[in-house]
Design a protein around this ligand. Structure first.
Ligand SMILES: O=P(O)(O)OC[C@H]1O[C@H](O)[C@H](O)[C@@H](O)[C@@H]1O
Length: 445
């Protein structure tokens, strides 16, 4: 058992059959320091895709986003066209902290019915469409853009241009030159920032500015994570949780359950799944040798999934590490009233929902530990922009540390490319004729 308090973001308890973190930390301190120093040293090389360490420091980029938000008070409907890293961070923070009159819509699939339904529900005169693509070429996002652009032009004429804002790489892809040619407002995804690490650049900050999220606090929290992750290992939460994940993967815990005890954080696991799985599921190490590493992140939300997945987590195979996220204080609480005639529920009378939520999280963590199922809890003082910014950036660091420990590149995704190329071939894209033939000969058309 261990309990490790680190100000308001802490790791608690790695359960029964887990590990002795203090001993492992002592034994692995040099390795973790080397990983940290290597990451920091490589930061200035854009080829390394470590620009996400710097985005929380870029206060001018935040000011630019806020100026744009202020200059467009007419917006009532904000539509994000983006997928993967271009949508999940926004979705997560928006669900946790979004407020105000502007409604946010995210189009991250190409299923026609929901898109038709959204288009029918929107008034183009008060809609702003933010097409977000780092590469500037993702088929799903581009298809949605073609539809929304026409929808805007059909009802607004030349004024459609005022209703589109582009977020893309400063040089790559077709969106940047298109935005320039049409005179569209455009924001930059810094070249050294990959999609799943982009929530603190305009990919996330622009939509979140319209959702009235406190960007300055979000960035301050992310900077706090930077400070800890670049500091001594004894207070380096990200290095420590990475080590827990690495050690337990070695013991066969190949599934990494990510379980916040919060409905407001319900999309955090979705964001984490992409970050973790795309970064760390790799066939080759940095030297090009076949390794096949990675653990599979699984989404869960407490308490809801106590009644769906915890049975398996406790009694199924011991192939999991469960990470819980818990809040120390509610933003607003709700008292449970006493009701005459229901005295058998008196253990609830006068208690609060937050007390019950906390008790359930602690009870589940302990029940898992008792069954030999390793788990640890990251606690946040409360759910606000500062702590969420801190948590997101911490998880990016954790991923980067794990990449170092596994000696793999945590910033590319070569395994996703082939599926994209097959799609191009099946859709008849120019230049993909031979691939289409090959697919046909393999029975795919
Ligand atoms: O932002 P984009 O370039 O459109 O990319 C959107 C997403 O699609 C790709 O397939 C990658 O696997 C993801 O890492 C990326 O976040």
């Amino acid at each position: 058992m261990l309990r490790l308090e680190l100000h308001n973001l802490s790791v608690e308890r790695v359960g029964a059959q887990g590990m002795d973190l203090a001993a492992e930390l002592a034994a692995n301190a040099r390795k973790l320091e080397a990983a940290r120093d290597s990451l920091v040293a490589r930061k200035s090389n854009p080829e390394e895709f470590l620009g996400w360490m710097d985005t929380p420091e870029d206060t001018e980029a935040v000011r630019e986003v806020l100026r744009y938000r202020q200059a467009n008070p007419w917006v009532r409907e904000f539509v994000v066209l983006g997928i993967g890293g271009s949508a999940l961070g926004t979705q997560c923070v928006h669900a946790a902290l979004g407020q105000g009159p502007v409604r946010l819509h995210i189009v991250d699939n190409v299923e026609p019915e929901p898109i038709q339904e959204l288009l029918r529900s929107l008034d183009p005169r008060v809609s702003l469409v933010n097409v977000i693509s780092k590469s500037g070429s993702t088929a799903e996002t581009m298809a949605a853009f073609l539809v929304f652009r026409k929808w805007l032009e059909d009802s607004l004429g030349e004024d459609w241009k005022r209703h589109v804002v582009v977020t893309t790489d400063p040089a790559r892809g077709l969106l940047r030159p298109y935005a320039q040619a049409e005179g569209l407002a455009a924001f930059e995804v810094p070249p050294a920032v990959g999609g799943r690490y982009s929530v603190t650049c305009p990919v996330g900050t622009l939509p979140l500015a319209f959702a009235e999220v406190d960007l300055d606090r979000l960035m301050a929290g992310a900077r706090k994570a930077n400070e800890l992750a670049t500091g001594p290992i004894g207070a380096n939460l990200s290095a420590q949780t990475a080590l827990v994940n690495e050690r337990l993967a070695k013991k066969g815990m190949n599934i990494c359950v990510f379980m916040p005890y919060s409905t407001r954080l319900r999309y955090l696991p979705d964001w984490f799944v992409q970050l973790h799985d795309e970064s760390l599921g790799k066939m080759k190490d940095k030297q090009g040798r076949e390794v096949r590493v990675g653990t599979t992140a699984v989404r869960a939300v407490g308490t809801t999934d106590q009644h769906a997945q915890v049975q398996l987590f406790r009694e199924g195979p011991h192939d999991k590490l469960v990470t819980m996220v818990r809040l120390e204080h509610p933003t607003e609480d709700l008292e449970i009233p006493a009701v005459k005639g229901l005295e058998s529920l008196d253990y609830l009378f006068g208690k609060s929902f937050f007390e019950l939520l906390t008790a359930e999280a602690k009870a589940t963590a302990h029940a898992l530990a008792k069954a030999g199922q390793p788990n640890y809890t990251v606690t946040l003082e409360r759910l606000d922009a500062y702590n969420l910014g801190w948590l997101l950036q911490h998880l990016m660091w954790q991923t980067a540390f794990l990449g170092e420990l596994w000696n793999i590149n945590a910033f590319d995704q070569p395994g996703v490319e082939l599926g994209k190329e097959y799609t191009y071939a099946l859709m008849g894209r120019k230049g993909y004729e031979r691939l289409a033939q090959e697919l046909k000969s393999e029975g795919v058309e």
